[in-house]
Design a protein around this ligand. Structure first.
Ligand SMILES: *Cc1c(COP(=O)(O)O)cnc(C)c1O
Length: 224
């Protein structure tokens, strides 16, 4: 399978999920997660017509950025160590994993322009997952009011690795409800209009529940 074949299949499934939910497919942005492939192959993803690339490690992002540069819109999607912020901050357009005040302070200190951030929420409550608890999320976002270089564009979550559709759906639904709570506060620094949720195994359910950014790796590039 080529990335074009994979992309056509993913797009078809996105369209079907949107149809089921009465949504416009143009409102769902595909972030191609390129962590499994090298920079040369990542270029094929861009050639196939996807502009948004996601990486979960600073080293891999830098390596690919060297080759690809600003031809891609870069998304940092993994756990971000504060000491790595300065290495990637002028290269990334989106950070999907803002999950603590110390990280926000480091971003604020190093950024030269406002950075679009998703606050990561651990909706499922699994001990192994990063992210704020739902209860901590609103107070955390309110604390970012004075951070002139952080724009909270939305919330992000990773659903548990399970097949149970009902559990996944509940998880995505809870993130959406939380997003709507933040949105209702009408905070200038936190428009919070976006939902980054859904990966290869659960993106269709995530879209039915309102995802606006899906982070898809293996279904797009896993077979390259
Ligand atoms: C790897 C990764 C993805 C993509 O996972 P796939 O199951 O391969 O689609 C999405 N989000 C994050 C944070 C990841 O680390």
């Amino acid at each position: 399978m080529t990335v074009r074949d994979n992309l056509a299949a993913v797009r078809q499934r996105i369209e079907a999920a949107c149809a089921r939910a009465g949504r416009n497919p143009a409102d769902v942005r595909i972030v191609a997660v390129t962590k499994y492939i090298d920079a040369e192959r990542a270029l094929h993803v861009l050639d196939a017509g996807i502009a948004d690339l996601g990486e979960n490690r600073a080293g891999q992002l830098l390596e690919k950025y060297e080759r690809i540069g600003d031809r891609a819109v870069w998304h940092f999607i993994g756990t971000l160590q504060s000491r790595k912020v300065k290495e990637i901050i002028d290269k990334v357009d989106y950070i999907h994993s803002l999950d603590r005040l110390s990280l926000a302070k480091e971003i604020e200190k190093r950024a030269v322009r406002p950075v679009k951030c998703f606050v990561q929420v651990n909706v499922s409550g699994e001990a192994t997952k990063h992210g704020l608890s739902p209860d901590e999320t609103v107070p955390f976002i309110e604390q970012l009011r004075s951070f002139s270089h952080i724009e909270v564009v939305g919330l992000m979550t990773m659903a548990p690795h399970i097949e149970d559709e009902a559990v996944l759906r509940t998880c995505f639904r809870q993130l959406r409800a939380l997003k709507e709570r933040v949105q209702a506060l009408r905070l200038a620094h936190a428009p919070c209009t976006e939902l980054s949720m859904g990966m290869s195994n659960d993106y269709e359910i995530a879209i039915e529940e309102g995802a606006t950014f899906v982070r898809i790796g293996s279904a797009l590039v896993g077979s390259l």
